[in-house]
Design a protein around this ligand. Structure first.
Ligand code: ATP
Length: 303
């Protein structure tokens, strides 16, 4: 059994995101097409002797494009919470040393913390040979956050309900995009509070499915991409509106808010187009940008 495992925790893009009105508990049902992309945080997890205490280090990867303060208490970190949830589920101590090197911006609508949590569940499951199934891992994941179950397998999926109804696709779609990282942050809770002020309309599951159907015939049509959190995110960070306009002008095609923001994205024709556009955005708009494509494998590797 290897002592140290590494794991990539991919970000996600919502190509279509419909949010329904809240139930009595204030929770919003969603229907979204989610795709894991190759912008990844990196976990290195080492198994420690049985009598040792776990230790955790969370830091920015040296090539992270947008770094902010890592200012949350360690016990609130989602990867750490995933580890503690696994110890609770198995009713045993699972001492580890975690080094989490982040590239995915915080409060950027790209699911970084959720993906870190899912990666931690998968890695510790292997490191300790716990034998938990994907379904069991998804159940533990659901207790940590609504985006976490999706990241257990990643890939491409329609995610509904409260993140717990996941229909994975056999293969990821053809997708090339540029993600742009404005400096501002959009904490998810604030964005949903703004959505409530705007009184959300009904869930649009049909429109999510029709975008998926269209994308099977060719690449996802940029005009059909939609996000019900766009206006709420702009209310949280009004400067996003100006960034969207400048990006749309430069790219000569629509720019979109990623999830709950603040990251933005533009769909591209191919890898070269995405690379060129990312460079143009960095030079002409002075915003960090990265070209991405789907991240299909969610493997855990021995060091
Ligand atoms: P999502 O797309 O899932 O909403 P997000 O990047 O937009 O992700 P938020 O939901 O706003 O982010 O959550 C960000 C907050 O989560 C951080 O400010 C921090 O307090 C907390 N957090 C805990 N663990 C992590 C982690 N490993 N990475 C990033 N944020 C984390």
């Amino acid at each position: 059994m290897p002592e140290t495992l590494t794991c990539q925790a991919p970000a996600k893009l919502n190509l279509a995101l419909s949010v329904g009105p809240p139930g009595e508990d204030g929770m919003h049902p969603i229907c979204t097409w989610m795709i894991a992309i190759d912008l990844c945080d990196e976990l290195t997890v080492t198994r420690l002797e049985a009598d040792r205490l776990s230790r955790y280090a969370i830091l920015w990867h040296e090539d992270a494009k947008r770094q902010s303060d890592i200012d949350w208490p360690i016990t609130r970190d989602l990867a750490v919470r995933a580890h503690l949830a696994l110890e609770q589920h198995t009713n045993r101590r699972l001492p580890v040393q975690l080094k989490l090197q982040k590239r995915i911006p915080v409060a950027g609508g790209l699911g970084g913390g959720s993906s870190d949590a899912a990666a931690m569940l998968r890695t510790v499951n292997e490191l300790y040979d716990l034998g938990l199934s994907m379904e069991q891992l998804r159940e533990i994941a659901a207790g940590i956050g609504s985006d976490v179950p999706f990241f257990i397998a990643g890939g491409s999926a329609v995610v509904q309900g409260f993140g717990d109804e996941i229909e994975h696709h056999d293969r990821a779609p053809q997708l090339h995009a540029v993600i742009v990282f404005p400096e501002t942050m959009c904490p998810t809770g604030h964005v949903y509070s703004e959505l409530d002020e705007l009184s959300p309309g009904p869930l649009r599951a049909d429109e999510v499915q029709s975008l998926i159907r269209l994308s099977r015939m060719s690449a996802a049509p940029p005009e059909a991409v939609f996000n019900d959190l766009t206006q709420p995110a702009i209310r949280v960070a009004p400067e996003l509106e100006g960034h969207l306009a400048k990006l749309t002008e430069l790219a000569e095609r629509p720019a979109h808010v990623a999830g709950s923001g603040s990251s933005l994205f533009v769909l591209c024709d191919d890898a070269l187009h995405a690379q060129d556009l990312a460079e143009a955005i960095e030079q002409r708009l002075d915003l960090p940008a990265v070209a991405v494509q789907p991240h299909e494998v969610c493997n855990v590797a021995a060091e």
